[in-house]
Design a protein around this ligand. Sequence first.
Ligand code: D54
Ligand code: ZN
Length: 276
Amino acid sequence: MDYRFESSSREVSRFTTQELRDQFLIETIFHADSIQLTYTIYDRMIIGGAKPINLALELPNPDKLKAEYFLERREMGVINVGGNGSIEVDGTSYELSKLSALYIGRGSKKVVFKSESKENPALFYILSSPAHKEYPTQKLDKKDVVTVTLGSLETSNHRTIYKYIHNEGIQSCQLVMGLTILEPGSIWNTMPAHVHDRRMEAYLYFDVDPQHAVLHLMGPAQETKHLWVHNHQAIISPPWSVHSGAGTKNYSFIWGMAGENKDYTDMDFSEIIELK
Ligand SMILES: O=C[C@H](O)[C@@H](O)CC(=O)C(=O)O
Ligand SMILES: [Zn+2]
């Protein structure tokens, strides 16, 4: 498990491109027949992915957690961005097609990820945060998710937000998770940009055309920096940072948060004309 400590906004303002990428970009989320995990100190979120092809992959118990098992003190959200697969939690199997999600409650001991076919493997994106109590493990399919449509084609940001794990959806201790799909011709996410210093955030960009990329913005609204992000790469957004981006073509991304509250609408917006 990769482990990343904090960077202050003051030091980040002097970072080179490579330093910025080393701290805030996760280049490999999905690797054949393995589970990739990155622990960020921001709200102690773990960001990762499981890509089972020939093997069934069991969630490990990284030494860094000093726990009896991974979810002893944690909860987990998983969204499948690949082919059909299943997740077995303590003997109960949940089938997940593309964009189905599974919330796995604290105290679950054995979690196993499987794909239905080698040709089109499942790609399980994983977020996990510390949890103070157990909420029931629960599956949710895309068709049953609460949605909000935002933006317009005129401002190149027509998009639909699917909220999976949140106050009015699947209940959790502090994890909030969902995804956003941009319409063809729309390229901007999360504009006007916002911060919420109560919560960190992570983005996984997916369904990015292999010939295209997303220019992701981070940093304080008055001092933004960019990261070029490719398909199936993730970014870590510290509580003091905006998280917004523009693609060279439409794309989708999974957002997830943890921290002080679970209030999705708790955002401090910046005026577009004030961004620097
Ligand atoms: O705090 C919320 C998150 O930044 C995202 O949900 C924003 C987003 O998906 C969008 O505007 O496109
Ligand atoms: Zn946000």
